[in-house]
Design a protein around this ligand. Sequence first.
Ligand code: FES
Length: 155
Amino acid sequence: MEQIANLAKSYCGKKDALIQVLHMSQTIYGYLPMEVQQIVADALDIPVSEVSGVVSFYSFFSTQPRGEHTIRVCLGTACYVRGGKKIVERLQELLGVNVGDTTADRKFTFEVARCIGACGLAPAMSIDDVVYKQVDPDKLEQILARYYQEGVSAS
Ligand code: FES
């Protein structure tokens, strides 16, 4: 919190600094709860409502703790008709969380997407920058296990 306050103060009075400060704050703290938003608002000398408005507008800002890895299951048309929903259901079972949530061990944040550019090889999902194509729900456990093995490439 102190690091964020000092950082934000160094940007006080600078035009258009808010998004940059919020990015850096999220990198430091992991997410942007109201306490962090208040610190940023105080340090930049702007209303906290302005900070909250920006945080809620941009999807890359999160007010909830995020996992180390982000899983996005595609539910665009091609993936949906080829079984995207089964992937979502299996991941809900394996992770023990619903879409939009983060696992208790903070390993994964689980989200859905509209299209991740792999429609020809649907159903698809991504974990961070890695896209998995023609995903078989029975292989999901194996895929997730890779992310628990330290030092093993996720791809
Ligand atoms: S619809 Fe799923 S990748 Fe395009």
